[in-house]
Design a protein around this ligand. Structure first.
Ligand code: C2E
Ligand code: CA
Ligand code: CA
Length: 603
């Protein structure tokens, strides 16, 4: 039976009772292999106890005594051994004149130790880092040559473990900053030190999806370089006496030095401003979307809590706030947990693909009432949650980096369905919603892929982009849009009017169609103002050469009103709600000449 415990000398006030926290500490920061080395040393030298004491003050204990606890204060002998670069053998401390005035030597258990021997520990590169000590309760005559050799070998192995531990456990290979395990170790050291409260700060550099996109586009060298540049900027800001830790690929954290006083808002604004400034990394400018989270932590309640997860949830929320920093809030945390649950479920749904399906909403041409196209709208029926609305899971997919996969599924499924309808003689087109995350060179390739696979003429397809997606344009965006047009597919500007763009700026986009957002349309009956917006937008868009679609037409009155405007097509509950695939052909047949003959209500 043995126990391995570790402790931190600085955190061990000599005049206090050992706290309950002296139980074996989890393996957050360990010296890999210490246990095995100590076990071997204890067996070959037949001693009760082994300790690895580093000159940094950390100590690792191995004891055959089941009751062993970490000693609450390191006996000066251990610290002396850790600092001395040479071995030492003390056959009987109690009889040694040099130690007459020091308290009796103990280890993890209170019974005094009499025999002590140590060997210095060096890293592989020869740096002296501490000592490996062996102790026993009974005095001995000394240590023979075989015993000394065994102790030397064990010390050498421990040195290799220290190197490994430092490497694996404490520093990030890219930024050279201490790691998450070191963060927890240092936090624990504070709690052992009697600190009760601490402010944690966490910095999330960019949303996962964006960072993955950087890596996809630029490669790992660029990403590494970027993280080093970000770390340097944070280091330039961080208060004195504060360690910065790298706690994830794109995440940093620190424990602020003053437990009682959080930072001034100015200081936080300053950090956010520094991180929002573009990075000029390998001569490629890049703007991040940082989020800074803060958490007031009760250090005594470290166990069973994950303060890092909590403070990260605040930085995650901050990423999407204008201010860029946020305090931890339990309610928000709950939301994030639910979101996390949904994301996991959505990821599964995207692999299984039995819970996802599409609805199709018809769009009719005002000049003759014919249904010209349907819009594919994603649906998700979760086995226990039921129907999850797209307004919830689409933005979630966007944030969680699942959008490409969702769009891929909608493209493939929708175009396959369209091909079947067209083969059955229904001459209709299909509109597909494309999100920001889909917008890269791949989009055209993916479109070509489905078109080929299902044998559909790309000219019957239309891709809908929101205003904000189109306006975040640059030369690359423009090239992708041109490629979509060259393939023959149409481009629609969705939800027009909800952003800040004006028509003139959109005219430079190779779009063919403009969909006026339903928010203006639905209130048209009640608000003359909204009616005027729809009328003038439609007229102007028409003059600029766009096909104009009015969305959200819910009543016959509105239908009649927009019919008198410069609109080409309408979509809305008055025409039809989104329909399951099987309901589309019967609907098409019933409404071949959609209410045009008499201009009356639903077919
Ligand atoms: P959207 O692209 O603007 O789609 C039209 C939305 O308006 C649909 O909501 C539709 O059911 C609803 N709608 C249509 N006519 C009326 C009406 O007369 N009155 C009212 N009140 N609503 C009407 P839905 O299906 O809940 O979709 C919401 C949004 O989710 C869509 O807005 C779209 O932005 C997004 N979405 C849905 N499917 C996909 C998809 O496959 N990919 C992407 N990227 N986004 C999707
Ligand atoms: Ca749409
Ligand atoms: Ca829309």
């Amino acid at each position: 039976m043995h126990t391995t415990v570790e402790q931190d000398a600085e955190a061990a006030p000599v005049d206090q009772e050992p706290a309950a926290a002296m139980a074996p500490v989890a393996d957050e920061y360990a010296v890999p292999g210490f246990d095995a080395v100590a076990h071997l040393a204890a067996a070959s030298l037949d001693v009760a106890m082994v300790a690895l004491v580093l000159d940094s003050g950390s100590a690792y204990w191995y004891s055959r005594d089941p009751e062993a606890r970490s000693p609450h204060a390191l006996h000066p002998l251990y610290l002396e051994a850790a600092r001395r670069g040479a071995g030492q053998v003390l056959p009987d401390i109690a009889a040694d004149a040099r130690y007459r005035d020091t308290p009796p030597l103990t280890g993890p258990s209170p019974a005094p130790l009499r025999f002590f021997a140590c060997e210095p520990v060096f890293t592989l590169s020869g740096r002296h880092v501490g000592a490996l000590c062996v102790m026993d309760h009974a005095p001995r005559s000394g240590l023979d040559e075989t015993g000394r050799a065994a102790l030397r070998d064990a010390a050498r192995l421990a040195g290799a473990g220290v190197v490994l531990g430092g490497y694996l456990g404490r520093t990030d290979p890219v930024t050279q900053l201490p790691h998450r395990s070191a963060f927890f170790e240092d936090l624990r050291a504070r709690s052992r030190n009697g600190v009760q409260r601490a402010w944690l700060i966490a910095i999330e550099v960019a949303p996962v999806e964006r960072f993955n996109a950087f890596v996809r586009a630029m490669g790992f060298t660029y990403a590494d370089e970027l993280m080093r540049a970000v770390a340097a900027r944070v280091q330039g800001w961080i208060p004195a006496r504060t360690n910065l830790y790298q706690v994830g690929v794109t995440r940093f954290a620190a424990v602020l030095p003053d437990g009682d006083r959080p930072l001034e808002t100015d200081q936080l604004d300053d950090l956010v401003a520094r991180l929002r400034r573009p990075f000029d990394c390998l001569d490629i400018p890049l703007t991040l979307q940082p989020g800074v989270g803060l958490l007031d932590l009760d250090v005594r309640q470290l166990d069973g809590n994950d303060p890092l997860r909590q403070v990260m949830s605040a930085s995650y929320a901050a990423q999407r706030s204008p201010r860029g920093w946020a305090l931890y809030e339990r309610r928000q945390d709950e939301r994030h947990r639910q979101e996390f649950f949904l994301v996991t479920e959505l990821a599964a749904a995207l692999t299984e693909r039995t819970e996802l399906y599409l609805h199709y909403q018809p769009r009719v041409r005002l000049s003759d009432g014919r249904c010209v196209a349907v819009e594919a709208l994603a649906r998700w029926r979760h086995p226990t949650l039921g129907e999850v609305p797209p307004g919830q899971f689409v933005p979630l997919a966007e944030r969680a980096g699942l959008m490409r996969s969702l769009t891929g599924w909608v493209l493939d499924h929708g175009v396959a369905q369209l091909a079947a309808w067209r083969r059955a003689g229904h001459d209709i087109g299909l509109s597909l919603n494309i999100s920001n995350a889909d917008f890269d060179a791949d989009l055209v390739t993916r479109l070509e892929g489905v078109v080929d696979r299902h044998g559909v003429d790309p000219r019957v397809l239309e891709l809908e982009f929101t205003e904000s997606t189109l306006l975040a344009h640059n030369d690359a965006t423009r090239r992708h849009l041109d490629a979509v047009r060259e393939l023959g597919a149409g481009i629609a500007i969705d939800d027009f009017g909800t952003g800040y763009s004006n028509l003139a700026s959109l005219r430079q986009m190779p779009a063919t169609c403009l969909k006026i957002d339903q928010s203006f349309v639905r209130a048209m009956d009640a608000s003359r103002h909204d009616a005027a917006i729809v009328r003038s937008t439609a007229a102007l868009a028409h003059d600029l050469g766009f096909r104009v679609v009015v969305e959200g037409v819910e009543t016959r009155r509105i239908y009649e009103t927009v019919r008198r405007m410069a609109c080409d097509e309408v979509q809305g509950f008055h025409v039809s709600r989104p329909l399951p695939a099987a309901a589309v052909p019967p609907w098409l047949e019933r409404s071949a000449e959609w209410h045009h003959a008499d201009g009356q209500g639903e077919p």
